[in-house]
Write a protein that binds this ligand. Structure first.
Ligand code: SF4
Length: 436
């Protein structure tokens, strides 16, 4: 059966890397003659790029399968991504799921769809120990068809995949494989193509982007330099980066460059050295504090976001209070809170002293309240100050330090970069007037 000219829709869960992959897949399908439709439209084929980072993410993936089957009862569902990699057998048993494609094979998804009948009710999922997922190499080749284009002003470009850190709570290294970096010229071509298409912000994405290394002398800072030198209008944003991988050079580049967003997302994960050790994180609280202090000394108004896991095995009230105090002391304006959830196959799943759900719930509620307050305090610092805002909608957008700003405008400002003076602050967002 010829699947060309068929309607294909996409659903995506989880991280920015998944979003970037879906953006690229949409483009590939469109170039091959498929009609890409929205997730609420009836489609012949629905592709779901799934997530398995927590049990909630898995539940959301299953909910997306149900929703896709409801929207397109006669359509075929193809699952890919981390949940597909993890639970291929279970997923193939679900009604409407036609095929399951692993993380490695994702780049050849169009081919699989084109030979869909022969793949009915089958999974093509390479083992995570497959040499192609273990060795550092570049399996991803740039083509105009695979640009990670979105319908917004911000694009996500994949620079690396995989992780070698094996934090004891995390399933990702078992599902995405070992660290491998894309070649810088491939990344540059994609970035230049996106700039030409009018994208004004590019988020460099991956699983552990600080490990980016094309070779011994070409690391993430070298990549950033090369991207800044070879482009002229786009601003760049780093996605989450591990604290031990932030270098002085990188901080200095951010300080001097007007096109590298003053924003770091540095996952703390916990505020107790005991728990950090159990988590197999690569730093203690003193190391973390040192990095934050160094960054803030160089770039005083920078926004630093972080992640916190609540209810890791062994976390008692004192450990939790330690985390609360640390976050309060270092005033992280953007706080992502995760409740620990057991992932089979990880070390933490077998650890004693698992925390009760009710404690996780209460502790995360307490942290959420703190997070809201810290965000408001941070945004208030910009009252009567000017910020560079990239408009993502007719009258709202984000500054480079991630303050969401609304303005009153008769004109549709989407995809325009404007200097805005902040005049009011409402909790998580600001209001301002355009001054340029
Ligand atoms: S650094 Fe740790 S949490 Fe992040 S992907 Fe690697 S193992 Fe998972």
């Amino acid at each position: 059966m010829n699947y060309k000219n068929k309607k294909v829709s996409f659903r995506v869960l989880g991280c920015r890397l998944n979003q970037s992959e879906v953006a690229s897949l949409k483009n590939q399908f469109a170039h091959r003659g498929y009609r890409v439709v929205g997730s609420d439209d009836v489609a012949d084929i629905t592709i779901i790029n799934s997530c398995a980072v927590t049990t909630q993410a898995e539940a959301k993936t299953r909910a997306e399968i149900t929703a896709a089957a409801k929207v397109s009862p006669k359509g075929k569902i193809i699952l890919t991504g981390c949940y597909a990699q993890e639970k291929k057998a279970d997923l193939l048993n679900l009604k409407n799921v036609h095929m399951v494609i692993g993380n490695l094979e994702k780049t050849r998804l169009v081919e699989f769809v084109e030979n869909m009948d022969q793949w009915a009710n089958k999974a093509e999922v390479a083992d995570v120990n497959d040499p192609r997922l273990v060795q550092s190499h570049d399996y991803y080749t740039f083509s105009q068809d695979s640009i990670a284009e979105t319908d917004r002003t911000r694009a996500f470009v994949k620079i690396q995949d995989g992780c070698n850190y094996f934090c004891t709570y995390c399933i990702i290294p078992f599902l995405r494989g070992r660290v491998r970096s894309r070649k810088s010229d491939e990344i540059l071509q994609e970035v230049m193509a996106l700039e030409q298409k009018g994208y004004k912000e590019i988020v460099l994405s991956g699983i552990n982007i600080g490990t980016y290394k094309q070779d011994e002398d070409f690391d993430l800072t070298a990549l950033l330099r090369s991207l800044l030198e070879n482009t002229s209008t786009t601003r760049f944003r780093l996605s989450s980066i591990e604290p031990n991988l932030i270098t002085g050079e990188m901080i200095m580049l951010m300080k001097v460059s007007t096109r590298l967003c003053n924003y770091f997302h540095i996952p703390l994960q916990h505020g107790s050295d005991k728990i950090l050790k159990l988590m197999n994180r690569k730093y203690n609280l003193d190391d973390f504090a040192e990095v934050i202090t160094k960054i803030r000394r160089a770039i005083p108004n920078i926004a630093i976001g972080t992640d916190a896991i609540v209810g890791f095995p062994g976390e008692d009230e004192e450990d939790f209070q330690g985390m609360y105090d640390f976050i309060q002391k270092y005033e992280f304006p953007f706080l992502h809170i995760f409740r620990y959830s057991k992932r089979d196959g990880t070390k933490a799943a077998k650890m004693p002293h698992q925390v009760r759900d009710i404690d996780k719930k209460n502790r995360s509620a307490k942290l959420r309240k703190l997070g809201d307050q810290l965000q408001e305090n941070y945004i208030k610092k910009f009252l009567n100050k000017e910020l560079d805002v990239l408009f993502e909608s007719p009258s709202g957008g984000n500054s480079d330090n991630f303050v969401y700003v609304k303005v009153n405008s008769d004109k549709d400002l989407t995809n325009e970069m404007k200097k805005v003076k902040i005049t009011k602050v409402f909790k998580s967002q600001a209001e301002g007037v355009i001054i340029e």
